[in-house]
Design a protein around this ligand. Structure first.
Ligand code: ZN
Length: 207
């Protein structure tokens, strides 16, 4: 499938262990933010990270490609609107994000900058159990992230229903479902291998 052109709706702290590793409280409701289409790059191709702006963390996430419009009240249609599943990196300028949070400002510059969202190709979700999907990141031959969707605080169907109460999802939009623990800074030359269950393995590198 081609790279989508819509918005990317993301959820923060959807895995309790990841919230804890950043000393964040586990939220009572999903924390949503959006990456614009200018954030999108292909995960399969080597990608750039910003220079001179402190740590740029990688968060490996399962992504959902939306195939049908979902809006407020469409809760019973959310799973059938998923057109494909894939992998995404929610690149985060962590030092900048911490400063913005301290000041009570929005995160956009730290999360939605150009190139902040490498996305893989999407594959069929047929036969996947949404509550049992492994998600892994191997960085320079070391297993750095190893999660399972069963540990999501807000699981896939509930997350989509929650999102579309606030943001209508259109065909071509993407939802990122949150990162398990093990996030950390990237450096130029890193070799990355992201895996979504037995469906998808993407090898890429940081320029
Ligand atoms: Zn994330």
């Amino acid at each position: 499938m081609e790279l989508p052109v819509g918005k990317v709706v993301c959820v923060g702290r959807n895995y309790a262990e990841h919230a804890r590793e950043l000393n964040n409280a586990v939220p009572a409701e999903p924390i949503l933010f959006i990456k614009p289409s200018t954030a999108l790059v292909r995960m399969e191709e080597p990608f750039l990270i910003p220079r001179g702006q402190g740590d740029c963390h990688v968060e490996t996430e399962m992504t959902l490609l939306i195939g049908e419009t979902l809006t407020r009240g469409d809760d019973d249609k959310v799973l059938s609107a998923i057109a494909g599943v894939g992998l995404g990196f929610d690149l985060t300028l962590r030092d900048l994000q911490s400063r913005l949070k301290e000041q009570g400002h929005p995160w956009e510059k730290a999360k939605a900058f150009d190139g902040s969202c490498p996305l893989s190709t999407f594959v069929s979700a047929e036969g996947l159990s949404w509550d049992d999907i492994t998600l892994q990141l191997v960085r320079n031959d070391q297993l750095q992230q190893n999660g399972n969707s069963r540990d999501m605080i807000t699981p896939v169907a509930d997350l989509l229903a929650y999102i579309c109460r606030y943001f209508t999802l259109r065909p071509g939009d993407v939802v990122m479902t949150g990162t398990p623990a093990g996030v950390g800074p990237l450096v130029s030359g890193d070799r990355l291998e992201a895996r979504l269950d037995d469906r998808l393995t993407i090898k890429t590198r940081v320029l």
